[in-house]
Write a protein that binds this ligand. Structure first.
Ligand SMILES: C[S@@+](CC[C@H](N)C(=O)[O-])C[C@H]1O[C@@H](n2cnc3c(N)ncnc32)[C@H](O)[C@@H]1O
Length: 240
């Protein structure tokens, strides 16, 4: 997969591209992450990319001609173009799963007061990472890129993300590692038993418990098996 990030601050991505799983995925050729400086598409001698809002008011607005030029020069019919905006569809794991299917993602990062409204006609979709306002679209673009890259084949082991929170519709079960006894806090015995059936049952039940306690809204959309419904009934009795 190719990811192109259109931004006024390409240097913000240097560390992002050069650490951990993202770096390994790039080195292995699983994906590329290219940052394109929107400012290079300004034709004015001072490389202005923004202007004051028509009608007055605070802040600066990113200019439609500069941003459109940048989009046109860096996309093809193959590109899926995403605008980062707090006004977009709320991002989710389900959306990350959808985005991983594209060959090329182009992520447009705003800054200042955001974009001239007419830029909306140049994008395929608008995504928000939550109901809050950041200074720019760079961190949201990292959120999208990171969550998609880790889902690409061979970026990490398949098993590492198949039980992740939200992938199954539930929060993930609790995880432990050595030491077995930390200041009297013990790893649950079943996880040391070597009995895979019991371990699976424990994990399923604890994933259900966490979701029931922390994110009951997720259970409203969840397709329960008969066994899971029985486990949930047990949990409800235990949690009274
Ligand atoms: C200060 S914000 C502009 C907010 C805009 N004035 C509004 O109220 O909708 C500047 C840029 O940061 C990015 N941004 C800020 N918050 C975001 C969020 N929650 N999700 C995605 N992008 C966001 C967008 O690219 C936006 O154009």
């Amino acid at each position: 997969m190719k990811i192109k990030i259109l931004t006024l601050f390409p240097d913000m991505f240097n560390e992002f591209k050069n650490e951990s799983i993202i770096k390994r995925a790039i080195d292995k050729g699983i994906c590329s992450v290219e940052c394109i400086d929107i400012r290079e598409y300004s034709l004015d001698k001072h490389h202005h990319v923004d202007d004051t809002p028509c009608g007055g008011g605070a802040g600066m607005v990113m200019a439609v001609d500069v941003v459109a030029r940048c989009i046109r020069a860096n996309t093809s019919d193959n590109s899926h173009i995403i605008m980062m905006t707090p006004q977009g569809e709320r991002y989710s794991q389900k959306k990350a799963e959808e985005l991983k299917k594209y060959d090329e993602l182009v992520i447009l990062c705003g800054h200042y007061e955001g974009f001239d409204e007419r830029i909306r006609d140049f994008v395929d979709e608008e995504i928000s990472i939550g109901d809050f306002v950041l200074t720019g679209g760079e961190i949201p673009a990292m959120v999208i890129s990171d969550s998609v890259i880790r889902l690409l084949d061979n970026a990490i082991k398949e098993e590492s993300h198949e039980d992740d929170s939200f992938s199954t519709g539930l929060l993930e079960y609790p995880q432990y590692t050595r030491p077995i006894d930390f200041e009297g806090k013990l790893v649950p015995e079943v996880l040391l038993s070597g009995n895979h059936k019991n371990i699976q049952r424990f994990r399923k039940k604890e994933a259900l418990r966490r979701t029931y306690l922390k994110r009951p809204d997720l259970l409203e959309k969840y397709n329960f098996t008969k066994e899971e419904l029985e486990l949930l009934e047990e949990i409800k009795k235990e949690e009274i």
